[in-house]
Design a protein around this ligand. Structure first.
Ligand SMILES: *Cc1c(COP(=O)(O)O)cnc(C)c1O
Length: 364
């Protein structure tokens, strides 16, 4: 190699996204309209109509740069979450938030703690800045918070937690997270990634902004990509006290959230009706998939998100046979789960297409 790149960059295993519909259509000669994609935890309802209208209205201003400070979007977030504006960092998706946090807080010689089977971007963000990863073995596919607390070393600067977690769908109740936050040294930052928060049953929801008030070392991360249906636009945000928010804003690209995305996000955040429909279709679809897995005798991890992790045996072969049937799901061998597939919850007819193709794909 003649190009000098840091060894820690060469060692990164690139992110593997869910297979796009167009790619499967090209590779297998299938009609795009016949393909069902349950691979990227997208909202099966698509984007909200309210967001589409807001984007159309914003189109005329695209010759100008976006508002670098995202004033109107921050005002909407501040109102909705009852937080001050100087707690808010906007991100190009919450993936951006995770990377901004890593860049702002980590350097070579320091470490980040995260759980086995937790969201792969924690590993990518940690490696990209040359920091060391401390990967804590999962317990029942979820975060072992006691072990994570014990794994913190003197050079640890950040702990990443996904709640609910992707790809396993596990959830740690509010009391467990709160006890963890109270036990972490105050100079170690906890990034609490709540990408699937809106899918929690009402009885499990809790106001995590209270914790931001109480813990100056907490960053909450939220996204508009899942329940709000705006994955293609890339909008996420962080809530943290002003010191951490100020650090993240130094690292953030000045125009990281584009004008259309800002307009759409404001509309989507205010669209309670769309959010409720997203929750409800997910609740019913999840019950349908999990019941079907029970009937097939397949092991799965009961999910708190908009997807289910299911054990199918030779997952690479099952994945391939599903592709041939026009159904895209997500292999998770890269997570060390070669016998499992992650299936996003779709519209009722999409779930049925998947379930109809599954027995043959399993070789039954
Ligand atoms: C999908 C996901 C995200 C973020 O997605 P963005 O589209 O970048 O906002 C963040 N964390 C977890 C755990 C996710 O599954």
């Amino acid at each position: 190699m003649s190009i000098h790149a840091p060894e820690y960059v060469r060692k990164i295993a690139p992110y593997q996204a869910g297979k796009p519909i167009g790619e499967l259509a090209r590779e297998y000669g299938l009609d795009e309209a016949s393909i069902v994609k349950l691979a990227s935890n997208e909202n099966p309802l698509g984007m909200p109509e309210s967001a589409r209208r807001a984007m159309m209205a914003a189109m005329d201003e695209l010759g100008r740069y976006p508002d670098s400070n995202g004033f109107d979007l921050k005002a909407e977030i501040a109102r909705r979450y009852a937080v001050p504006q100087d707690w808010i960092t906007l991100g190009n998706g919450s993936n951006d938030i995770l990377e901004i946090a890593a860049h702002a807080l980590l350097q070579p010689g320091e470490s980040a703690v995260y759980a086995q089977y937790s969201f792969v971007v924690y590993a990518l963000a940690t490696q990209a800045v040359g920091a060391r990863a401390i990967v804590v073995p999962a317990r029942d596919f979820g975060h072992d918070l006691d072990a994570m607390r014990a794994a913190i070393e003197p050079d640890t600067r950040v702990v990443f937690i996904a709640n609910p977690n992707n790809p396993t769908g596990t959830f740690a109740p509010a009391q467990a997270i709160e006890a963890f936050l109270a036990s972490v040294p105050p100079d170690v930052v906890v990034v609490l990634d709540e990408a699937y928060n809106e899918y929690l049953d009402p009885g499990l929801r809790f106001d995590s902004t209270q914790w931001v008030r109480r813990f100056p070392n907490l960053i909450l991360s939220r996204t508009l990509s899942k329940a709000y249906g705006l994955a293609g636009l890339r909008v996420g945000f962080a809530l943290a006290q002003p010191e951490l928010t100020g650090l993240m804003n130094r690292i953030r690209q000045p125009f990281n959230v584009n004008s259309l995305a800002q307009a759409a996000a404001i509309a989507a955040l205010g669209d309670a009706d769309f959010l409720e429909r997203s929750y409800e279709i997910n609740r019913q679809g999840k019950a349908r998939l999990q019941t079907a897995f029970d009937a097939l005798g397949l092991q799965y991890v009961p999910s708190y998100g908009n997807f289910v992790l299911v054990r199918v045996g030779d997952a690479a072969a099952v994945y391939e046979r599903l592709l041939r049937a026009g159904v895209i799901v997500r292999p998770v061998a890269g997570y060390g789960l070669p016998e499992w597939l992650r299936v996003s919850i779709g519209l009722p007819e999409e779930n049925e297409r998947f379930l109809a193709a599954l027995p043959a794909a399993l070789g039954r």
